[in-house]
Design a protein around this ligand. Structure first.
Ligand SMILES: *Cc1c(COP(=O)(O)O)cnc(C)c1O
Length: 348
């Protein structure tokens, strides 16, 4: 080992779902939206000549549009390069206690990666046997709380009252609620931010808004929380939001009808597909998201995963304790789900 290697920050990186390069595949592995962004977004071409300029460091156009959409002040909105960037900034800003931060053992697998990277101590209370969060686990002293609601990869959503109970018990730390999937059927914690100045609600354009490729995420909370996050962000990199993201992200919010229509289509496909596979002996967790978390009574998840892959259908398999016999299946178009259903019928 070279001497300089002794001073390298060693981390175990997050492993994103596979992005296959092959053509003619059915991609149900990273929870993207099967429908394109609003036609308004596609029509709003960004003049390439403008790209010689730096973007607006405050992303005003986008921030104002988000604030208007949710009925907030623009000082209550923080934007970032996908919610991954927003969440990482929030961890960096708010979790500087020597006490453990808390998040479930089964949840978005980036939380522990950030905690490791930033040297934040953490503890992961176990979900119960039905994969639900036990509120009491979050009553003890801690350095912060992170809850994905709906949770991933389970798909399970808890009501506002449940989240409020956790926030009530944690008014001395920052509580982050990651609402990446809330548009598909969850109940948002947003109404609580006026009451609790320590509550940060994080959203993304990647799933319900069909814009994973642009990388837009945002956080909403008290002006105080947002100010602290902005100070950290501007101490690190001022120009994170690129010009196309600012312009096209703002445009997307202007087409609420299209947004609601595509979300409703995904939800309808989800419910149809769930019924079909339950008929094949699959156990399907109740989903309020654009994916289903499924397991079969007889055939192993790994076997289904591999067989599907051979047929160029990509789903997500996690080789992790407690969930290694489950598959996370993103809801695609009706045709994509029919193709997957036919394959499952053959396998079963
Ligand atoms: C997809 C996802 C994110 C990150 O999404 P971005 O594309 O970075 O906005 C964050 N949290 C959860 C729970 C997710 O599933």
């Amino acid at each position: 080992m070279s001497a300089w290697e002794a001073n390298v920050r060693r981390v175990e990186p997050y492993v994103p779902g596979e992005q296959p390069k092959e053509k003619n595949i059915i991609k149900l592995n990273t929870n993207e939206n099967p429908y394109p962004p609003s036609p308004r977004v596609l029509a709003k071409a960004v003049e390439l000549e403008k790209l010689r300029l730096y973007p607006d460091d405050k992303a005003t156009l986008l921030v104002d549009e988000i604030a208007g959409y949710h009925g907030l002040k623009n000082s209550q909105v923080f934007v970032g390069v996908g919610s991954d960037d927003v969440l990482a900034m929030a961890f960096m800003t708010f979790f500087n206690s020597s006490k453990n931060i808390l998040f479930p053992d089964i949840t978005y697998s980036f939380y522990d990666v950030w905690a490791e990277l930033l040297g934040i101590p953490y503890e992961r209370p176990e979900l119960d046997e039905t994969f639900n969060i036990k509120a009491e686990d979050y009553y003890k002293e801690n350095g912060g709380v992170v809850i994905a609601n709906p949770n991933a990869p389970t798909g399970i959503a808890r009501p506002l009252s449940f989240i409020e109970d956790i926030v009530k018990h944690n008014q001395d730390v920052v509580v982050i609620v990651d609402e990446a999937y809330v548009d598909f059927g969850g109940e948002s914690s947003l109404p609580l931010i006026d009451t609790y100045d320590n509550l940060l609600v994080v959203r993304t354009f990647s799933k319900s808004r069909s814009m994973a490729g642009l990388r837009i995420g945002y956080a909403m909370g008290s002006e105080k929380l947002i100010k602290y996050m902005s100070d950290v962000k501007f101490s690190y990199n001022s120009y994170t939001m690129n010009m196309p993201s600012i312009i096209l992200g703002a445009e997307s919010l202007k087409d609420d009808e299209y947004f609601k229509e595509t979300v409703a289509k995904v939800v309808a496909t989800r419910e149809w597909f769930k019924q079909e596979i339950e008929g094949l002996g699959f156990k399907v967790l109740p989903s309020s998201t654009n994916f289903l978390f499924i397991t079969h009574e007889k055939i192993s998840a790994k076997e289904i995963f591999e067989k599907a892959r051979e047929e160029k259908i990509f789903v997500r398999y996690f080789n992790k304790p407690r969930i290694d016999n489950y598959l996370r299946v993103t809801i695609g178009t009706d045709d994509e789900m029919k193709a997957f259903l036919e394959l499952l019928k053959k396998i079963v």
